[in-house]
Design a protein around this ligand. Structure first.
Ligand code: IYR
Length: 225
């Protein structure tokens, strides 16, 4: 069935006085600046409902044709986490033993990463984010999706901001090639796993690489024409 254009008045928008606009922009920047990617996770549990709400926030992201071409497979089961860790570490061993190449390994040196991924078992939740090349409309018709990588990336950004706002920490992990995740998560082979997100509380004494605190200044990341 074809759906035709049905305009509704813009809901929810409220214009802010300029002062409030500046204050809110400043506050949001300060909040995002205080997010740090973590690799040392506590095993303390995080309630499932918080994860559900953060995924709902991710699902509001702008995307191709509003097909919402994403799927979040959320893993809390220790047996499945172990399977994922074993498969991920097998890929990472190959990566660090040479597949990466010298230039890539040199770029990673300041991050201190290696093939050991204990956080895949220690963190309370893993969220595997899939892009769906095809998916069904509300009335069950299988359709091609558009701008899948862009849509999934934007939704992932929303998810990261939501988790941070909720007081959780995360890691965007990419143990490529990741097709083992289709099998473990029971997803269609055509779906593409983009990110394996690790979510929880930081371990006591967690550290981050000093390198991660270096952010490029505005003049380097933006031009105004
Ligand atoms: N996936 C590997 C390697 C890795 C690659 C990049 I680019 C990073 O920013 C961090 C790690 C790993 O997780 O160790």
């Amino acid at each position: 069935m074809n759906v035709s254009y049905a305009p509704v008045p813009l809901p929810d928008y409220r214009e802010l006085p300029l002062e409030t606009m500046r204050a809110n922009a400043d506050a949001f920047y300060a909040e995002l600046r205080a997010r740090h990617t973590v690799r040392d996770f506590s095993s303390r549990p995080v309630p499932r409902d918080v994860i559900e709400t953060c995924i709902l926030a991710a699902g509001t992201a702008p995307n191709g044709a509003n097909h919402q071409p994403w799927h979040f497979a959320v893993i809390g089961d220790p047996t499945i986490k172990k399977k994922i860790r074993d498969a991920a570490e097998a890929e990472e061993r190959a990566f660090y033993a040479g597949r990466a190449g010298e230039e890539w390994l040199a770029a990673l040196a300041p991050l201190g990463t290696d093939e050991n991924k204990p956080f895949l078992e220690e963190a309370p939740w893993l969220i595997c984010i899939f892009g769906e090349r095809k998916s069904r409309s509300a009335d069950g018709v299988l359709r091609k999706n558009y701008y899948v990588p862009e849509s999934v990336s934007i939704a992932t950004g929303f998810l990261i901001a939501a988790l941070h706002r909720a007081g959780l920490v995360m890691l965007t992990h990419t143990p490529n090639p990741m097709s083992f995740l289709n099998q473990i998560c029971g997803r269609d082979p055509h779906d593409k796993p983009y990110i394996l997100m690790v979510v929880g509380y930081p371990k006591d004494g967690a550290t981050i690489p000093a390198h991660a605190l270096e952010k490029r200044p505005l003049k380097d990341i933006a031009t105004f024409l």
